[in-house]
Design a protein. Structure first.
Length: 364
């Protein structure tokens, strides 16, 4: 009598036959099953990699890439090019600014800038930091018209920052000159470039020394500043009355300077270049940049952007095309300290909040 085959062997044979019969369907079944791994470590690694990708995709695009940032054009004079406000603000924004360019000229009004064009190769941007790979200097756009002419998305301007000669808006006669230039020349170019662009007028600061540069008629620091404010407000009103498509606002830089003047006089003196007492020092440029940031984005600088060390402060000017020396003929510049930076950031936000509230009330 033959021994019966072991039950396990018989089951194995049956399973083998079934696999052979169904072999052609295995790949089809696999297509509906989740991917399998023969190694739990590989699975864990894959899971972590996927999580890293998801985290990167969920982070703010302005942190990792500036493709969704804004484009900013700068028009004006040495108040902007001292300590390179365009590049400084770009660095301060932590990629919230995608692209910037400028047309600047020292000692000029915006009317003169429109006809005379860029003067920065002569006025200070012919430096190592301005040197490009092609051997040319990055001095900005040669003319206002070239800067504002729409070519591609890099120069479709979301914001156009405009800085008038400090005394011009403070006097009714020179105030009217820019009002006319804005309506006839600047506004058509800006709206043609981008109908949704916002003009930001820099309210420049009254001089540190009363009466310098033929400003005797403009009075005290407070009186001078009030006249500048009134002039900037008149530019905004002219644009608003002429066309509803143009958005314009004031960056209250001078008001922020005045706040420091009234509350921290020693620091206020440090906001100015000690050589001439009217251009901004790097500390003044820092305050100016913070006010522009708050005006542009409607928020205070986030904690992740705020410089917390001397090294981080210095890095904001790492590629500046021009840094003005402490005194004529001497090397080096004095940057704001960590405590000054914190104070000035708070001043900028407080003043911009008050400006926003004031602007909203005036429209009611």
């Amino acid at each position: 009598m033959l021994a019966s085959p072991p039950r396990c062997s018989l089951l194995s044979v049956i399973l083998l036959l079934l696999l052979l019969l169904l072999g052609s369907s295995v790949s089809t079944i696999d297509a509906f099953l989740p991917p399998r791994s023969t190694n739990s470590l590989v699975m864990a690694s894959s899971s972590l990699h996927t999580q890293d990708i998801n985290n990167a995709q969920n982070e703010s695009p302005t942190k990792n890439s500036n493709v969704n940032g804004v484009n900013v054009a700068f028009l004006g004079n040495s108040i902007l090019y001292f300590n390179d406000t365009p590049r400084f603000l770009f660095n301060l924004s932590n990629n919230k600014i995608r692209h910037q360019n400028s047309c600047l000229r020292g000692g000029t009004t915006l009317t003169e800038l429109f006809t005379q064009g860029n003067g920065m190769k002569r006025h200070g941007f012919a430096t190592d930091n301005a040197l490009m790979e092609n051997g040319e200097y990055d001095v900005g756009s040669p003319t206002v018209q070239e800067l504002l002419q729409r070519k591609d998305n890099n120069n479709k301007w979301d914001f156009v920052v405009m800085n008038e000669h400090t005394q011009a808006p403070a006097r009714p006669t020179t105030r009217k000159e820019l009002q006319s230039t804005l309506l006839q020349h600047y506004a058509p170019l800006i709206t043609s470039n981008n109908p949704k662009a916002t003009i930001i007028f820099v309210e420049t600061a009254a001089y540190r020394l009363q009466g310098i540069n033929n400003s005797q008629d403009l009075g005290t620091t407070s009186q001078f500043q009030q006249k500048v404010r009134e002039g900037i407000q008149s530019y905004i009103q002219v644009l608003q009355h002429d066309s509803t498509t143009i958005s314009a606002k004031m960056a209250p830089v001078g008001t922020a300077f005045l706040h420091v003047h009234n509350n921290n006089h020693e620091l206020w003196e440090k906001l100015f270049d000690p050589w001439d007492n009217f251009h901004p020092s790097p500390t003044g440029t820092f305050l100016q940049g913070c006010v522009l940031y708050c005006t542009m984005f409607g928020t205070a600088l986030p904690p992740t952007t705020c410089p917390r060390t001397n090294e981080e402060i210095a890095a904001l000017w790492k590629d500046a095309r021009m840094m003005h020396p402490k005194k004529k003929g001497k090397d080096g510049v004095e940057l704001p300290s960590v405590s000054e930076v914190e104070y000035l950031m708070n001043v900028a936000w407080d003043v911009c909040q008050m400006e926003k509230s004031s602007s909203s009330s005036s429209k009611l």
